[in-house]
Design a protein around this ligand. Sequence first.
Ligand code: GLN
Length: 245
Amino acid sequence: MPDTTLRVCALYPDLMNIYADRGNLLLLERRCAWRGIGFTVTAAGLGDSIDPDAHDLFYLGGGQDRDQRLCAHDLVETKRDALHAAAARGALVLGVCGGFQLLGHSYQLGDEEIPGAGLVDLRTVRDEGGDRLIGNVAIEVDLEGDGRTRLLAGFENHGGRTRLGAGEEPLGRVVRGHGNDGRSGFEGVRRDGVIGTYLHGPLLPKNAWFADWLIATALGLDDLVPLDDTLEAAAHAAARRAAGV
Ligand code: GLN
């Protein structure tokens, strides 16, 4: 058994995995394995409770409105308190697209308000009249808060427009694409270890450096053994080119 193991909890992997977001988990697994770091993934579906202390990273992918609705009510009833406890003790929570929307207070679909986990102060409204926000996207992020920015590149496709509460920080600033609402220039959300983003792609295979940041942060490691990232660098470069940056 390896000394160190990244323990991931995949929330609703069958329902919330649009755009092959499962590739995000595969990439984490491979990058851990190549370094001799153990990796476990525990699926938590409808009705399953979760142990806030048993995982280093909770992952919630994107989904169609219909599946998102199903998961939202279950999330609030069976998992919300545990997720709050996990975030409070420093576990990472990563939500992509529909998963990002579910980290907030609500997702308004016409007259219907779909609840969220309330881990961060944000609300999403589905603009029935407006276009979906679709396309390649690049955002500038400063994960350490020291002014050294890096780029995340990916693809977005969402009908929801997300507005952050006054005290909430975005994950990054839009360089190309629409971002949270097509207007604010904000993309995603970051409150300590709780991170949400609209970037699919999947996100991590296109941004291996971010996967490594997640692994290191989740495990409290200062450095990770470098890998031969020729293919990952090519994937990142292709995503940037697609976004025009
Ligand atoms: N259902 C959400 C929306 O359209 C999220 C879609 C997604 O995860 N791609 O806004």
